[in-house]
Design a protein around this ligand. Sequence first.
Ligand code: AHR
Length: 481
Amino acid sequence: MITIDPERVVGRIDPKVYGMFIEHLGRCIYGGIFDEGSPRADAEGYRIDVLKACEGLAPPILRWPGGNFASGYHWQDGVGPPHERPRRLDLAWFAEESNRFGTDEFIGLCRRLNCEPYICANAGTGTIEEAAAWVEYCNGWTNTFYANLRRRNGNRVPYNVMYWGLGNEVYGHWQIGHQSAEDYAKKAREMAKLMRWTDPRIKLVACGLGERSWDEPVLEALRGLVEYLSVHCYVGSSNYYENVSKATVLEDLLDRTEATIAEVFGVGDAAQAPVKIAVDEWNVWYRTHGGERFAASKLEEVYDLSDALCVATLLHVLQRRCRTVGIANLAQMVNVIAPILAGESGVVLQSIYHPLSLLRHHSKEFALCVDVRCEEISTALTGSRPVLYLDAMATRSEDGRALCLSVVNRHESEPLRVPLEFVGCQAELNAVWEVNGPDVHAANSLAEPQLVTARKAEGLSFDGTYTFPAHSHTIMEFVLH
Ligand code: AHR
């Protein structure tokens, strides 16, 4: 049984949890979103078919330029006449960076997608002065060098970039400019001060880990200077039941992060703290992870139906944690561990595209507590703590009239028929969409682009119970009376 009480509100979901991330890595930007000279690109180099696919995800916020790339990126290389920009060695991914896509092109992309830019500054090889100068370039209104540089580059009106990251994964040995928590905290504090003094309106994201040993000193040093603490979450397994149960990893990560935030700010409940969590990289990623700096694979993960079910449950967690999670960015949007694969001959929407798009478009403003009673998957299959076959998330509109129920049936072979109980109201079923495919390892390709897809159900009748097909993600829209 699934019980939904529209009065049991968890909180308001920040739309920024439906954010995306792009990095100068493999074919995410060059050869993906930005492909100068391609017959599929517009005059400025943006791939028209790729942008159309991105619109289906409607990201409210887009993080750039990395990722690991951000820790060696000098933004001034990427502005001014494109043919004069230096080609650089990118030591994050052992690649060559042409710098033809830079700040102005990123802002152009955000405008095309109608989303907020979120720039991750360089806390690796970058200086605090360089980070502040980037804020001035983007947001400056004064008659000073960097604001004038933006104007000289043809952009009179400030970009008003409100979201800025203070570095990426600085805690990791793989990072350019890897630092201890204490060294990072010191540098990030000075970066934050200068960036804020340049534009006091900006919101800053500190680099967090989800481990107290790192997050506590960082939050202590940045108290009053940052609005968000970032954590990253990549999960996945080639074992089906392990894969679809991986949302527990995100739950545990958020539990740990909330506990540290509550402790540092001396509040019983992390939701009362002045810092929210930014899960600014998350996804299923295991096939192309690791190995020889894993650059050779270009991280072009091919996603199957099981990954789509996992992604739906991960996004459910982000919605459920709306009291503490203020930003989340799926990593990444195009080609690199991405829902959209763009090749010379066209675009493929991968399996994970469909739950992301459905939840983005049909979820309502408020997250609700939902009770699910059904069989558990044996821990021998999940390899983790017990999880239920069904994972359900409900959201309702501000006016209380519309409700969206999102349900993943993780059962590999059996449909599950369950009563849907609505407390204190009548629910009229309006529409149903289902993401499914022939089997859990089905994956889309150019040859078979619609093996895993979202279908709208026709001819619905609702008698208070619903059968969720095996290995499916279902979105149900109700009108409440
Ligand atoms: O998204 C790919 C990489 O994963 C990012 O560059 C880095 O931040 C993370 O380790």
